[in-house]
Ligand binder design. Structure first.
Ligand SMILES: [Zn+2]
Length: 118
């Protein structure tokens, strides 16, 4: 869910979200906290999240962002599983604008840029 920050790459229709490629996922166990999910929900960019999920081969989210998720059990469960229980172990994020590749190793995305890109 990150944005490209290569200098000059500022077309927001392309530099966000970064495209996830060749990702190896790990499922982790986390306790579900509905209050937390409801509080976080307004800050979720639904389309970006959906796109990222599809790139990971996960199709759990409805096309339209629901108005209210408080009583929406399938969406609460999907958000919990995606945001808190899905970990990208290895892979890469590619910018759709400039093509910059941000590698992910041991669950840590490397957002560092070469000097000429800053
Ligand atoms: Zn870029």
């Amino acid at each position: 869910m990150l944005q490209c920050h290569v200098k000059g790459c500022d077309d927001s229709s392309k530099n966000f979200p970064l495209k996830l490629e060749n990702c190896q996922l790990e499922e982790i166990e986390a306790e579900r906290n509905n209050e937390f999910l409801v509080r976080m929900y307004p800050r979720v960019d639904w389309n970006a999240l959906r796109t990222s999920c599809q790139q990971l081969g996960i199709n759990k989210l409805p096309e339209e962002a629901p108005e209210n998720i408080e009583d929406n059990e399938p969406v609460l469960e999907a958000l919990h599983s995606l945001l808190l229980e899905t970990n990208v172990l290895e892979g890469q994020m590619v910018c759709n604008g400039c093509g910059h590749i941000y590698p992910i190793r041991n669950s840590v995305p490397n957002m560092l840029l070469a000097e000429h890109e800053i």
